[in-house]
Design a protein. Sequence first.
Length: 176
Amino acid sequence: MTNRNPNFQEAMEIAATWLKQWDEEEISDEVMADRAAELLASRDGARGFFVVSLAGESTLMDRLPDALVIKLREAGDGVVDLTARNLAMSAAMVVHHRNNGDEAQAMGSERVNQRCTELLRQLDSQRVKERLETLLEAASHSRGDDLSFLERWGYNKDQKEAIGEAVHAVAETGRP
């Protein structure tokens, strides 16, 4: 990667290339984790990485190699925040797609939601708990720091309920 932080579009392209190499076993889990850490160093880089890795066909976020989990945990609050937001958006989009009769898109959103759920279970439990409580406050009670996030996307009552259910699902079968 270059010395400057990539913009969002560049980060998506970089992540897609690296994920393809990882899927084809051209790079190891450890190399993939180190490369992901490079993208996670900036907000746009992290956003690009998560768009491609959560929504794409690569199995990286299904497998969650230990080396990657370590790097994601080290990245801290930014990763927790982006993962929580992706959890919310994917839960809301499942409702949207089903209401529009688009089961294929709904299934894609469900996959993103499941990946977010599993990742949140692997991240720092206290950070995740605090972040999800904030999200739940907005989704369930229409107040708090995430209210503007939910309003910006125009989520309806059913979508907010789905977000609340997704938040609870993280804890349900979480850590031992």
